[in-house]
Write a protein that binds this ligand. Sequence first.
Ligand SMILES: CC(C)(COP(=O)(O)OP(=O)(O)OC[C@H]1O[C@@H](n2cnc3c(N)ncnc32)[C@H](O)[C@@H]1OP(=O)(O)O)[C@@H](O)C(=O)NCCC(=O)NCCS
Length: 443
Amino acid sequence: MGMDSIQFRDVPETGIDRALSLAYLVFHESPEEEKRKHHHDLLLGCTRIGAYENGELVGFLAAFPFTVSVPGGELPCPCVTFVSVAPTHRRRGVLSGMIAELFARATADGAPIASLWASEDAIYGRFGFGAGTLGHTVEIDSRRPLALRITPDDRPLRLVDPADAPGLLGAYYDGTRAERAGRIARTEAWWREEWLVTEDEEDDELSPPRVVVLGGHQTNGPDSPDGSDGSDSSNGSDRPDGSNSPDADLRTTPLAGYAIYRTKTRDDAPGLVRLDELEADTPAAAAALWRYLASIDLTGQIRAWGRPVDDPLLLFAADRDQVRVTGEFPALWIRLVDVRAALAARSWAAPVDVVLDVRDDRLPANAGRHRLTASPDGFTYAATEDPADLTVDVRDLAACYLGGTTTDALVRAGLATEHTLGAVRALDAALRTARLPHTVDEF
Ligand SMILES: CC(C)(COP(=O)(O)OP(=O)(O)OC[C@H]1O[C@@H](n2cnc3c(N)ncnc32)[C@H](O)[C@@H]1OP(=O)(O)O)[C@@H](O)C(=O)NCCC(=O)NCCS
């Protein structure tokens, strides 16, 4: 039977179990009841698109209704997951049909971008997805002390109960989304049930998550958040009634950074620290957290699986034989479903006025020549008959969208064509972000 026999429509709540069975079949999994229930709960909150043949589910795709940070802001973004096609129906266009349906819904819902993590990187470029963020796998030999070129922050570190982590770290993490495009807004449930879940999905020998923080502790007196020493308070008390009880000056210092990691012992190698996330305000705070991780007893290796490509560690590590980047991978794939709306939603670092000729086979509304005029104060993007300054495929534009790569790199790779000398330089100055985009929330 051909594609005509296949219909694409919503998977109702009563169809979630079948959708999960299909997903477990194609991913070669047989999870226990508890995990199945968890997946069921996750899918309840998702857009669910099914491909049906004669009433049978032969393809499935879900999308979380997340919000993803973009330079200077954030956007609603369907985040695609559970992509599954029955092994009896592969290579017949089922995935293509489901993606087309996803794009139609994103357009209807006013979501200008869509995103996903790919299990195989070869699949999604053809649908117009580009690698919006990259990740580095970093390994540290911690059998010897971590050699650093800077002095770590010497304030005390504190282990906190993961149950308290969403409350303690949530606002801090949210703050990082303004400097790192590509990060999802984590809900409390996401923190608890995905990010800090007790048993790791991929390796059940790993410990539960450990959470270590720098700052955020209670202190007396001078170490106040605003840096003042309280000396303007003549009676030594900030209380309106002037009382001077023992905890009158107790303050909570601002959080300066945190790390989330798991550990395990190994028979054939030194114990492992697997780092999931490390965020810090200052180089000294980051150095303190890395040094802590490297000095945990009975461990001799740190494996950080998803670091930003511009991690300052790579510069302040004194011995790059000790701190090695062992891999680089596309993390969050981005699709500009509505190029104009997506470009309108991000900030622009410098003025630019160029005509882009955008290639987009799947969503022709994006295709053709458009004049982009943008600056830190304004933005227009409109179809034009003027000659193009730059020809670019929508998937490659997506790779530049969050600031992860440059149009100059595209031209040098033969993927885009600069027709007017200087167009690429102006566009890259406008697209530039202070930090590279980054995310570790794999969904
Ligand atoms: C990957 C998968 C979803 C593809 O579904 P499908 O219905 O066979 O895909 P389609 O028939 O729509 O193929 C669309 C295009 O993608 C290509 N393609 C599909 N899967 C591919 C793969 N794994 N690697 C490279 N190309 C792939 C097809 O060749 C086709 O190319 P064309 O447009 O040039 O002809 C399906 O094989 C599957 O369920 N695999 C197991 C689960 C999985 O890997 N899911 C992805 C999770 S991110």
